[in-house]
Structures are given as C-alpha cells and as structure tokens.
Design a protein around this ligand. Structure first.
Ligand code: FES
Ligand code: FES
Length: 221
C-alpha cells in the first residue's frame, strides 16, 4: 500500500511536525518535570514542585560512549551535549533553539531529530549519534568525505546538521534523485545558500563518487 504523504514525511521529519503533534518533547516539559521529580529523586535546592530548581542525573549513550551528567529536567539534549558534558560534544550547533533550522540535528536511535527540541532526560536509554559519531577526520563517512570533496560548506554552521540528516537518509534511500535529496533536507537551512553544493555532495555520496565536483543547477528555496 502506498504511504500517505504525511506518513512519508514523518519518516524523515527531524522534528517540527512530530513535535507539534505532541510527541512529548520540550513542550511537555512541565508534566515531565513533575514526573521526574517523583521518580528521579532530584538533588533539590527547593522542595516545592512549582519551583523546580534541582538537577537530575542522566546517563546518555553518545556515539557509543556512556556519558553521565547532572541537568535540570528542562535541559534540552542540545544543551546537555554542548554544555554539560566534559569533554563537550559540539558538533550539533545551537542556532535557533526552537526547531526551525536543523543545525542541531542528531540521530536518536538512527532517526534525525532536532536536539534543541528533545529533553536530555528523554534521551536516556536511546542511542545518540552526533556528526562526530558518523566518522572522523581520518576516516570520514561517505557524506562527510563528499562535503569536503565537493566544497559543500561556507561558514559551516549548518553543515553538521546537513551531514547528519543526509547520512541517515542515504541509509533509507541509497540511490536518491535530486528531488528526493532536497525533500530529505527540507528541515535544514543554510543561510549561506550552499544548497547546490550540499545536494551535489549528497548525490555524490550516494553514488560513492570520487569524481571532480561539477556545478550543480541553481536551486531556489
Ligand atoms: S537549533 Fe535546533 S532547529 Fe535550530
Ligand atoms: S554554510 Fe553557512 S549556514 Fe550553511
């Protein structure tokens, strides 16, 4: 049976739509915090539930490593990764902090999500993969290598999000068309306008191409 457009989109929607449908992320913070207060025995500084100032211990599986830290229940996963781990995980970028740009995209159990919309406490017991976990400078994955080879980055702020989104997408669809790559990247924005090179790199990664970069058609977004 053919999937509806909505369902198809959901498979690769990193956050906004699912978030708006109430999948229990940051917007549900108050209710979650109350729950955690009871169950996690937060190290409190105030005992009034209405004034949650304590922290809870979270254990995160980040790029295959067990990472432990203390965060407030309201702390986003992005904030936890960047500001509460030592050493910090800074691949996911903070830009809008409201689920509109995709710079903070990470994989949660293999699915791209906006880490600025996920509470750290909701990410425990899940596999978190950031751009650092996809490959290394010495051994980049195909998308990382293609971004370098095809010069698909200007300021680079959006790049980790695009690389993460595309890496996940190519696992689902190893032979995409340009239109499909564009659709997969609809949740990521590049303020430098590097879209043609980004899409070119994605297609090259899909083909395992090591060919010389060529000019991609201009794209209006
Ligand atoms: S910083 Fe998360 S979507 Fe923009
Ligand atoms: S390269 Fe600058 S925002 Fe995309």
């Amino acid at each position: 049976m053919t999937k509806s457009r909505d369902n198809r989109d959901d498979d690769h929607d990193p956050g906004r739509r699912k978030f708006l449908r109430g999948v229990g992320i940051a917007g549900a913070g108050a209710a979650i915090a109350d729950h955690l207060w009871t169950e996690a025995q937060a190290e409190e500084t105030q005992t009034t539930p209405a004034n949650l100032a304590g922290t809870v211990k979270v254990v995160l599986d980040v790029n295959g490593q067990r990472r432990e830290t203390q965060v407030e229940p309201r702390t986003t996963l992005l904030n936890a990764l960047r500001n509460h781990l030592e050493p910090a995980v800074t691949g996911p970028k903070l830009v809008c902090d409201m689920g509109t740009c995709g710079a903070c995209t990470i994989l949660l159990d293999g699915k791209p999500v906006y880490s600025c919309l996920v509470l750290a406490v909701d990410a425990t017991k899940k596999q978190i993969t950031t751009v650092e976990g996809l490959g290394t400078p010495e051994n980049p994955n195909a998308v990382q290598a293609a971004f370098v080879e095809h010069d698909a980055s200007m300021c680079g702020f959006c790049t980790p999000g695009f690389v993460t989104t595309i890496s996940a997408y190519l696992k689902k669809n190893p032979n995409p068309s340009l239109a499909e790559v564009r659709e997969a990247c609809k949740g990521n924005f590049c303020r430098c306008g590097t879209y043609p090179k980004v899409f070119e790199a994605a297609l090259a990664a899909a083909k395992g191409s090591k060919s010389e970069p060529s000019a991609a058609a201009p794209v209006n977004r």
